[in-house]
Design a protein. Structure first.
Length: 336
């Protein structure tokens, strides 16, 4: 089953705000086992919105739209979806009551006339309560097509999705999705891909995808099946083959573990300690290590020797080495 995301708002197209909703919803839909092939952003223009929504509902089983549900003239999402899906707009008494109560508990007691726009919903739509704002969310179902309309502000969207939309989507998708992330250090993304290209190109279930991070590469292996155990069984042999090829460069399978956390874990497990000698990094290595809980058991001391004088005085680097090779060299680093 496929899901498509449509983000509504000229402010997104102009780069005025960060569209965090798309990342959040894409991650949640992947967790539920849905396929996603398109994510679209469209401005507050009726004609262009109609074209985008019509295309989306024609190629995806479920379309999730965010934004454009407010009271202003350029909030057009509900009206466009109602037209595309052939659903008449009618007033919803429950939403009207919600807006009246919202303003009754607000210092601005008088309700602006344009706010009544939010009380209309497509006939037959499932109305999603907004406990953190005024505009309700909506689920529209007609002739096998589904459109889910959510408010744009993350403070309204996230709880509405978690409490009302996620349970609804669970009833729509029977597949289970299992992912495992292998974190790799000491290799660039192109090097990792080169060693795993046959696995990346040859797999459809599970799939493999590389993500370049600062100083490391993350490899995500994802499988789907009708049961979680079956999906996990598809992931494990591929993960084992990746670890066989990449060796010790795979430093963790724990998505929450950073490189410095892995270093502290390994040092603790082997009863070893560590000291650092840094130059251009200015103490960054030691800072990352001491930020890990339990680092005091393994971290002894750290030196930041930025100048040549400090390198010679504190670390015993020879003046001849600095003269011959310079401060930024493998030879100097080795003596440090």
């Amino acid at each position: 089953m496929t899901v498509e995301l449509v983000s509504v708002g000229t402010e997104i197209l102009m780069g005025n705000i960060l569209n965090s909703n798309t990342q959040y919803l894409a991650e949640k839909c992947a967790m539920l086992g849905f396929n996603m092939y398109h994510q679209v952003t469209v401005g507050d223009n009726y004609g262009r919105m109609k074209e985008v929504v019509a295309t989306a509902v024609s190629r995806a089983d479920i379309v999730i739209l965010t934004g454009g549900l407010g009271p202003t003239e350029d909030d057009l999402t509900k009206e466009v979806c109602a037209e595309v899906m052939g659903m008449e707009l009618v007033e919803d008494p429950h939403t009207r009551q919600h807006i009246e109560e919202f303003f009754h508990n607000n210092i601005y007691r008088e309700i602006p006339a344009n706010n009544w726009k939010m009380t209309t919903v497509p006939r037959g739509a499932r109305v999603l309560d907004n406990h953190n704002g005024m505009a309700p969310g909506l689920i529209l179902e007609k002739e096998g097509r589904t459109a889910i309309l959510l408010p744009g502000p993350p403070g309204e969207l996230y709880p509405m999705f978690e409490q009302q939309v996620f349970p609804y989507l669970e009833t729509r998708e029977n597949a289970s999705l299992v992912s495992k992330t292998l974190k790799i250090c000491g290799h660039g993304e192109s090097q990792v891909e080169d060693q795993l290209i046959d696995l990346i190109d040859g797999q459809t279930n599970p799939t493999l995808a590389t993500y370049a991070k600062v100083g490391e590469v993350h490899l995500r292996i994802t499988a789907r099946a009708d049961e979680t155990g079956k999906a996990a069984a598809l992931v494990e042999p591929v993960a084992a083959e990746v670890k066989r090829r990449m060796g010790d460069a795979v430093y963790t399978e724990d998505e929450g573990e950073t490189l410095e956390m892995a270093v502290v874990r390994l040092l603790t497990g082997h009863g070893l300690t560590i000291s650092t000698a840094e130059s251009c990094t200015g103490g960054m290595v030691s800072a990352r290590l001491v930020n890990v809980p339990g680092a005091s058991r393994v971290f002894m001391e750290g030196y930041v020797t930025y100048s040549n004088e400090a390198k010679m005085k504190l670390l015993g680097v020879r003046e001849e080495t600095l003269a011959a090779w310079g401060a930024v060299s493998a030879q100097t680093a080795e003596e440090m």
